[in-house]
Design a protein around this ligand. Structure first.
Ligand code: SF4
Ligand code: SF4
Length: 196
């Protein structure tokens, strides 16, 4: 009997505590918001999506090397000597075409480690969080603004320039070898004459 009374007391006590909490919250302002009609203000420095201002990227790869999960994929091509790519807004000279700059946000862990080493401050988080996708592939964001034709063009141009440089180098070496040979022949002839 004593046990049943104790259990009954405990039951009523817990109901009373639960109802008291409900009553307390009943008269407080609601904390839920009517998303997406209403949106919460994001705190400063929020990390939700990476953005790259590609015009300021010098293709140094510092961000990609700093990424612990390798979700930044960059490919660069050296600009040929007849091309001036100009400078970034921070005054850094641009010497490389950034032919590929992909960030796989499905792998990103929002650590911000890629942001700090950037010498031109062109990679940073933006307060954008509504980019969910059904297909993970759609979470790879491409920032290079070069068309495939342009990429092929700059690669071909660099290849030709390198071939020409190598040809010039070979010619210079051949010329040097020939001069050395001629010099040795002259020395032998002089020595022969002196011996007569
Ligand atoms: S935030 Fe971190 S995980 Fe994401 S790309 Fe940058 S370094 Fe990589
Ligand atoms: S660190 Fe900055 S400049 Fe260098 S490749 Fe990354 S985004 Fe471009």
């Amino acid at each position: 009997m004593q046990k049943q009374l104790k259990e009954g007391y405990q039951t009523f006590k817990s109901i009373f505590i639960g109802m008291a909490i409900t009553l307390r919250h009943l008269f407080q302002p609601s904390v839920t918001i009517q998303y997406p009609d209403v949106r919460v203000e994001l705190p400063p420095g929020v990390r939700s999506k990476l953005y790259v201002n590609i015009d300021d990227c010098i293709g140094c790869l510092l961000c990609a090397r700093a990424c612990p999960v390798n979700c930044i994929d960059i490919e660069t091509v050296k600009a040929t000597s007849d091309v001036d790519l100009g400078k970034t807004s921070t005054g850094n000279p641009k010497r490389l075409w950034v032919t590929q700059f992909d960030i796989d946000m499905s792998k990103c862990m929002y650590c911000d480690l890629c942001v700090y080493p950037c010498p031109t401050n062109c990679i940073y988080m933006v307060p954008e969080y509504e980019y969910s996708e059904f297909d993970r592939k759609n979470l790879i964001f491409e920032f290079s603004n070069l068309s495939p034709e342009k990429v092929t063009e700059v690669k071909d141009k660099l290849e030709k320039e390198n071939e020409e440089k190598n040809r010039q180098k070979e010619l210079a070496q051949q010329k040097k070898d020939q001069e050395k040979k001629d010099q040795e022949t002259d020395t032998d002839t002089d020595a022969g004459k002196a011996g007569e």
